[in-house]
Design a protein around this ligand. Structure first.
Ligand code: PLP
Length: 388
């Protein structure tokens, strides 16, 4: 079979180009430490920004939920898989985001695909940032709407497209809030203004903003003080919230519509209750312990200061706006070599290569967590100093 599909040949090409992907086999996770092949590594590439993934309160909440409801949901939300815990989580998320309602999906990927494909289709246009996350792009492609891309954070280019989009029935602007591989923020105030001017709807993917950005960790919208002005906010339970699942926050009407029209919501089994319970506990901790977010940001600034001295060509240290530090290397093989070098020093920072990032911008995507101690960050800085 393989000889007709030509997949072995394609794999060979990936290997030659340094684009072959393989999986790490993690044996244990303890705070920022991860065990691979019996050896402990300091992890600098997790999205578990607030250290909640292994928190005893999340584990306890998940176990309790399993005791009461069992492990699997047994059916989709619209059949018999919807529990009081799903609804309680949605209510808590709405409270957290300050929106009328929310809808939970089994993953952030599905939340993006499921929202875009429900909202727009033939006769509509989606306008997206060039560096949007793959799940947004897949949603755009699958929707059947016309799909235009503007250069990263270029709101003049966005306006040019909007100016010529009046003949479409609906206009949807889609952007990451915090860009997942670059760590910079979307210029949301400008985007919201343009949306008003040209009668477009704005959707923000706040996978990396949720729990991290804004005074209370509500996300990029809170960071900019734009509460009530972004129509569709997507978030994940899988990054700072330390679990699994995705959600969309917005008006009651939007959520009611998605419940009726979003295929990835309708045609899949409900998120396990354990994930709902853990996410609710995570929201409580985020509210009760702002010290976690403060520790995260202290670490961001500490690494930023340390990297200023090193002057990596591919990193604009002045412009760090989130816990994501992209050290752009260029060629895929060189990014992998630097990642391997750090690995030998006991530091895990996987290389990010195309198609996750544009050709020629392979990078190390360093992320810091609240759980990193100063000496952990110093260890990373010392190792990087040898290659700067
Ligand atoms: C991780 C991520 C997603 C997908 O979320 P999952 O919960 O992991 O499926 C969507 N958008 C962005 C920007 C992400 O970084």
């Amino acid at each position: 079979m393989d000889e007709f599909l030509l997949i072995e040949k394609e794999l060979q090409e990936l290997r030659q180009q340094g684009l072959y992907r393989s999986l790490l086999s993690v044996e244990e996770v303890r705070g920022p430490f991860i065990t691979l092949g019996g050896k402990k590594y300091l992890c600098f590439c997790s999205n578990n920004y607030l250290g909640l993934a292994g928190h005893p309160r999340l584990k306890g909440a998940a176990q309790e939920a399993i005791e009461q409801y069992g492990w699997g949901a047994g059916a989709s939300r619209l059949v018999s898989g919807n529990t009081t815990l799903h609804e309680a989580l949605e209510a808590e998320l709405a409270c957290f985001k300050g929106t009328e309602a929310t809808l939970v999906f089994p993953s952030g990927y599905m939340a993006n695909v499921g929202t875009i494909t429900a909202l727009v289709g033939k006769g509509d246009i989606i306008i997206g940032d060039r560096l949007n996350h793959a799940s947004l792009i897949d949603g755009c492609r699958l929707s059947g709407a016309d799909f235009r891309v503007y250069p990263h954070n270029d709101t003049d280019a966005l306006e040019d497209i909007l100016k010529r989009a009046s003949q479409y029935k609906r206009r949807l602007i889609v952007t990451d809030g915090v860009f997942s591989m670059d760590g910079d923020l979307a210029p949301l105030p400008n985007i919201v203004e343009l949306a008003k001017k040209y009668k477009a709807t704005v959707m923000v993917d706040d996978a990396h903003g949720t729990g991290v950005m804004g005074k209370k960790g509500k996300g990029t919208v809170e960071h900019y003080g734009l509460e009530g002005q972004v129509d569709v906010q997507m978030g994940t339970l899988s990054k700072a919230l330390g679990g699994i699942g995705g959600f969309v926050a917005g008006s009651k009407t939007l959520i009611e519509y998605l419940r009726n029209r979003s295929r990835p919501f309708i045609y899949t089994t409900a998120l396990p209750v354990a994930a709902c319970a853990a996410a609710m506990e995570a929201l409580k901790i985020i509210e009760e312990e702002p010290s976690r977010r403060e520790a995260l940001w202290r670490n961001v600034r500490y690494l930023q200061e340390g990297l200023k001295v090193q002057k990596f060509k591919g990193l604009n240290v002045q412009e760090i706006e989130s816990p994501i530090f992209p050290i752009i290397i260029g060629a895929a093989k060189e990014a992998v070599a630097l990642s391997n070098f750090l690995f030998e020093k006991g530091l895990l920072v996987t290389a990010i290569r195309p198609p996750t990032v544009p050709e020629g911008t392979s990078r190390l995507r360093v992320t810091v967590m609240s759980e990193h101690a100063r000496e952990h960050i110093q260890a990373l800085l010392q190792a990087l100093a040898q290659k700067a």
